[in-house]
Design a protein around this ligand. Structure first.
Ligand SMILES: [Fe+2]
Ligand SMILES: [Fe+2]
Length: 512
């Protein structure tokens, strides 16, 4: 028996259905769920046995969702492609006609209708034993009067679901309204997704450009993002009680990856001579060595001059003392040269003795062509060579560490959408240590959120294992894990994250 569309409760239910679907459509941003919701909602309102939702793609109508309750077939709902050739835009095809004209077609029985080619439904019926009868095909037209797809419903059923009936005019109106709302919802969802993709590609471009400023770690931001994302996935997959209340939702996971991409954006303002300083003296080492070589050659020339002078004067008894003195001085200069080269390397730890010896080198002087006296090492050069560990002086280290504060200042200016609202916070904490001895704010323990702890570990691991540093080979994973383990022992990195990283071999899940 048909529903009596004049009943007041029926009308109220219809409006209620439409409103509910409208609200759900405007809330849903996932493209596939939206498509599924549109077809399911249209079928519910019209009590249709089946239907197809097509979207307009490259001058064709592509099958996106197909339902047939009697045949128990539901396809496309998870975004999987439907293996049916797209519909060409020819007016003989009813869906194409609706897409081309923007007019609804409502047919009581497709087997008794002229004007359209229904060989498709007929073939379907032949192979399945189904009988396609009534059909309602409506355009999906958005707010810019663009037809983005077509909604086709088949076989409206009576209230008992036993008899196929025609699609009534009231339903047609409601489905036209629903199709229009659906088109607007789909257009909006696409706009949001396009904006997000634009933002992502902008972030990837800008961070890749910043990484490219230095030849030492050209993929650092990308790898920190990927490693962090994989660590969050390892947390989600872990059955350990430790992680049960710390699982990452899809939005939180995306936020962490975004923070990984952006964590070093402040390096855009770090001077290259600091960022790329590979040795203690860096490119000044050649100048220092040339001075020492010049001094060596001058001294050698002095030696031969003095020697021939003594010989000319017949003072051969003094030659022994001269040879011995110059031999000692020249040997000292050779040692000074070797010492500068050794101290210049970041692999050398400068102890007190070495610092004293370097001060001795700094006390050596040479004369320029005008006879002016100069030290072999300037105070700045001596300061660089006596850096105990690493290659940066205290001032240079402060400039380098400033990149985190600059990251924070830059990211705070970006009007992030809600799901990325904590990106500035997490990015700016990637050098904080659990023991409170990190920077810039010396946060400790619980003051550092899980996301920032993950970034910190991914950052150190990538810095250690990067294979694109010209002055150092990639460190084997085992050595890097030993260093991370030592940093956990020292209280710098989170031990639970490290254990998960190690046990799940998270690094293997990130490929270049
Ligand atoms: Fe950093
Ligand atoms: Fe970094």
């Amino acid at each position: 028996m048909c529903r009596d569309s004049s009943e007041p409760t029926y009308q109220v239910n219809l409006v209620e259905d439409l409103l509910n679907i409208g609200i759900a459509l405007s809330a849903e941003k996932d493209h596939n769920r939206l498509l599924e919701m549109i077809l399911a909602g249209a079928r519910k309102i019209t009590n249709a046995d089946g239907g197809t939702l097509y979207l307009y793609e490259k001058d064709k109508l592509v099958f996106k969702i197909m339902h047939n309750k009697t045949q128990n077939t539901f396809r496309g709902g998870k975004g999987e492609p439907i293996n049916i050739p797209p519909v060409k835009l020819v007016k003989e095809n009813v869906s194409a006609y609706v897409a081309l004209t923007g007019k609804t077609v409502n047919i009581p029985d497709v087997y008794n209708t002229d004007g359209f080619d229904f060989s498709g439904p007929r073939n379907y019926d032949k192979t399945t034993g189904y009988r396609t009868k009534s059909m309602l095909v409506v355009p999906m037209e958005n707010h810019e009067s663009q037809i983005i797809g077509v909604l086709q419903l088949i076989n409206a059923m009576d209230r008992d679901g036993n008899t196929v009936v025609s699609f009534i005019p009231e339903h047609q109106k409601v489905i036209e309204s629903l199709a229009s709302q659906a088109a607007i919802a789909l257009t909006n969802a696409k706009l949001i997704s396009d904006i997000e993709q634009l933002f992502h590609s902008f972030v990837h471009t800008i961070t890749t450009a910043i990484d490219a400023r230095t030849p030492y770690n050209a993929n650092h931001s990308r790898r920190v993002a990927l490693l962090s994302g994989r660590l969050a996935e390892a947390i989600n997959q872990s059955g350990d009680d430790l992680w049960q209340d710390k699982k990452f939702s899809p939005d939180r996971h995306e936020q962490l990856i975004m923070a990984g991409w952006l964590h070093d954006i402040g390096k855009v303002a770090t001077p290259l001579e600091v960022m790329n300083k590979a040795t203690r003296l860096d490119n000044r080492v050649e100048l220092v060595l040339q001075r020492l070589d010049y001094l060596y050659q001058s001294k050698t020339a002095d030696y031969y001059r003095e020697r021939s002078c003594l010989q000319e004067k017949g003072r051969v008894d003094n030659l022994g003392e001269l040879d011995e003195r110059y031999g000692r001085e020249l040997e000292e200069l050779k040692r000074a040269r070797a010492l500068v080269e050794k101290a210049n390397s970041p692999a050398t730890f400068i102890d007190d003795n070495m610092a004293l010896e370097l001060a001795g080198v700094a006390a050596l002087t040479y004369r320029d062509i005008q006879g002016r006296e100069w030290p072999c090492l300037t105070p700045e050069e001596l300061q660089c060579l006596t850096i105990r560990k690493g290659t940066l002086t205290d001032d240079e280290r402060r400039v380098m560490e400033d990149h985190v504060s600059i990251t924070a200042r830059m990211l705070e200016k970006i009007n992030f959408i809600k799901k990325y609202s904590n990106v500035p916070l997490y990015s700016a904490m990637h050098h904080e240590h659990m023991d409170g001895k990190g920077y810039p704010n010396g946060l400790a323990g619980d003051q550092i959120p899980l996301e920032a702890r993950i970034l910190a570990l991914a950052d150190v691991y990538d810095a250690l294992t990067a294979d694109d540093r010209p002055y150092k080979r990639a460190m084997p994973v085992e050595n890097a894990l030993n260093i991370l383990g030592a940093m956990v022992e020292e209280g710098k990195l989170d031990g639970n994250i490290f254990n998960l990283f190690k046990n799940c071999k998270v690094w293997e899940k990130v490929t270049d």
